[in-house]
Design a protein around this ligand. Structure first.
Ligand code: GDD
Ligand code: MG
Length: 372
């Protein structure tokens, strides 16, 4: 069975991180998220995938190439303009063949039983089967009410609260009979959620929903990106973690120097070539990339520190993300879901909080920012 992965979006809600890296290629526990996604599909018997790219396409190609390193066959197809979710799949129609295919949104972390989804699709004789997940706030997603037999009654993308009659939403993995693409216009922006699905339902076609209680998270915002890290670190979803487990859920890479009095509080992951200064404290729920320096006495908690970062002495980083090769001066505090892009330079004694987002390569002098 083949899969088509939608990985062409701009990832605007995850800026500034996505200004330099497309969302599916952001590191998740020090591995590009899409690698984890592809390995999950491979475990379920999918050996061939088409990556439908658009925004920063070379990042995918350079990292995965033809997929042989993952034991998969990957084809990269890049759109010259955004074609929307359905338009992107129409664009690769020729590569799909006649058998049902899996279509995945490229930003969903899940341990969905893909084989069970396919079996259900076949048993129901469906044209499309949509995996569903229960959520507390369905207004951010595609709402999918079902009848008693599991058949989809309606598809409401980003509904208002008065339209909400179920907590089941489109979980972003479909089994699709390529027949449904026949009438989709070629080379035009076209949406599964706002166009094809509602149109097929209008015509009375058999679309089914597959609810499951698997782990499910859309990585679309900084809060969710941090949540995905926390859930993997705490073992709510099983994802393989690089490094040596020196204590329960404390993983460290090669050439890690831990100076006197420094502490690692589980769960925590540290990459290769990292120095943790005297009396510094990392964790709980921290992921540190490769070639990172954490200064003496600094504390890092509930945060993601990407590759090449330097955090000087006596800093406090809490619930935040620090992008690749950024520098954080002494006694600086970063908290409350603040996000620093790549190559940012923050001088000593700043206080960044309240979800502040710092664009790549920004330089902030010492003692410039304080929230009262
Ligand atoms: N190739 C390509 N071209 N990919 C695209 C395009 C495009 O024009 N537009 C979006 N994508 C990709 C994105 O990269 C992402 O992986 C996926 O399609 C979904 O886009 P999002 O922007 O993340 O959509 P969403 O999260 O608001 O909503 C979608 O996902 C929800 C589940 O997380 C919808 O499918 C909802 O119905 C669903 O509930
Ligand atoms: Mg999304």
């Amino acid at each position: 069975m083949k899969a088509a992965l939608l990985v062409g979006g701009y990832g605007t809600r995850l800026r500034p991180l996505t200004l330099t890296t497309p969302k599916p290629m952001l590191p998740l526990i020090n591995t590009p998220f899409l690698e984890t996604k592809l390995l999950h599909l491979r475990e379920h018997g999918i050996r061939e995938a088409i990556l439908s790219t658009g925004y920063l396409p070379t990042v995918f190609d350079e990292y995965f190439g033809d997929g042989s390193r993952l034991g998969m066959k990957l084809t990269h197809i890049t759109e010259s303009k955004p074609l929307g979710t359905c338009g992107a799949v129409k664009n690769v129609e020729k590569l799909l063949g006649a058998e049902p295919v899996i279509v995945c949104n490229g930003d969903i972390l899940t341990d969905l039983d893909v084989r069970a989804l396919v079996d259900y699709h076949r048993a129901k004789g469906a044209l499309v089967t949509i995996s569903l997940a229960p959520v507390e706030d369905p207004t951010q997603y595609g709402l999918v009410p079902l009848d008693e037999d599991g058949r989809i009654k309606e598809f409401l993308e980003k509904p208002s609260w008065d339209q909400v009659e179920t907590n089941l939403i489109n979980a972003g993995t479909y089994v699709l009979d390529p027949l449904v693409l026949k009438k989709v216009p070629r080379n035009e922006n076209y949406s599964f959620e706002r166009e094809l699905f509602p149109e097929l339902l209008e015509k009375g076609k058999p679309l089914y929903g597959f609810p499951s209680d698997c782990y499910w998270l859309d990585l679309g915002t900084p809060e969710k990106y941090l949540k995905a890290h926390e859930d993997i670190l705490e073992g709510r979803i099983e994802v393989s973690i690089k490094g040596k487990e020196i204590e329960p859920r404390v993983f460290i890479g090669k050439k890690v120097r831990i100076e006197k009095g420094a502490k690692l509080l589980s769960p925590v992951v540290v990459g290769d070539e990292v120095t943790i200064g005297a009396d510094a404290c990392l964790g709980p729920c921290v992921c540190v990339g490769n070639k990172v320096n954490i200064g003496a006495g600094s504390r890092v908690e509930d945060s993601v520190i990407m590759n090449g970062v330097t955090i000087e002495a006596e800093c406090e980083i809490k619930g935040s993300v620090i992008g690749n090769n950024s520098y954080v001066g002494r006694r600086t505090r970063v908290s409350d879901c603040s996000v620093l892009g790549d190559n940012v330079r923050i001088g000593d004694g700043n206080e960044l909080s309240r979800g502040i987002r710092i664009w790549p390569s920004t330089v902030i002098d010492s003692e410039r920012i304080k929230f009262g």
